[in-house]
Design a protein around this ligand. Structure first.
Ligand code: AMP
Length: 220
């Protein structure tokens, strides 16, 4: 199963992607996670990406295309990790990235099976993103408005400190949503013109319901 999740920041692509990855036994490829890891480790990629990420801007297309090529391919064939399929989360985000991805998938003979668009109204996205807190220790995710921890600022699971992602602050969240509308949303029409089926799912529901809706579409 070669899947692509499209949706605004905060729509739940990461959560749904992880569930799909588990269900089909395939890796979830999140470019946001890969970049955050590179920033943490201070690699050349991380050093290039950090200022864009902190400002809520997109990392340049050449950098992203290089990264995705490295993850998906190995000498013109599918990388071992994606032999059985993949779920892409957060890539592509621009038309140039989408075209580059098409070329790459063509080259390795692994076309997309489906594009899943997760839609959530803007006011809900803003609440989700600006309330998001992550445990610095174990990575558990909370929301101070929607799913608060039992003790403010402390992880229920491991007692670690909860931190805000640097790009989840109010001004940056607005910028990320603007960029989504300008640069990423047009990809829905791009895929609708392609041969890949595009499924739209209402993401403003509990996680399990959204997952059931996606599975229903993929397995129908
Ligand atoms: P995410 O976790 O997917 O919201 O990504 C966090 C940040 O990483 C984004 O706001 C961008 O700065 C950067 N990023 C992730 N994926 C991409 C991409 N495909 N193209 C450009 N920038 C990206």
């Amino acid at each position: 199963m070669n899947l692509l999740l499209l949706g605004a920041p905060g729509a739940g692509k990461g959560t749904q992607g992880a569930l799909l990855a588990e269900r089909y036994g395939i890796p979830k490829i999140s470019t946001g996670d890969l970049l955050r890891e590179a920033v943490r480790e201070g690699t050349p990629l991380g050093q290039k990406a950090k200022s864009y990420m902190d400002a809520g801007e997109l990392v340049p297309d050449e950098v992203m295309l290089g990264l995705i090529q490295e993850v998906l391919t190995e000498d013109g064939t599918p990388d071992e990790a994606v032999e059985r399929g993949f779920v892409l989360d957060g890539f592509p985000r621009t038309l140039r990235q989408a075209e580059g991805l098409d070329r790459l998938l063509d080259e390795i003979g692994r076309p997309l099976d489906a594009v899943i668009v997760v839609s959530v109204p803007d006011d809900v996205l803003i609440r989700r993103l600006s309330g998001r807190r992550t445990c610095a220790n174990c990575g558990a995710v909370y929301n101070v408005y929607l799913e608060p921890p039992r003790t403010a600022g402390t992880c229920d699971r491991c007692g670690g400190p909860l931190v805000e992602r640097p790009d989840d602050t109010a001004a940056t969240v607005r910028r990320r949503l603007e960029i989504y509308q300008e640069q990423t949303e047009p990809l829905i029409a791009y895929y609708e013109r392609s041969r890949t089926p595009v499924y739209r799912v209402d993401g403003d529901r509990p996680v399990e319901e959204v997952q059931r809706a996606i599975m229903g579409l993929l397995e129908s």
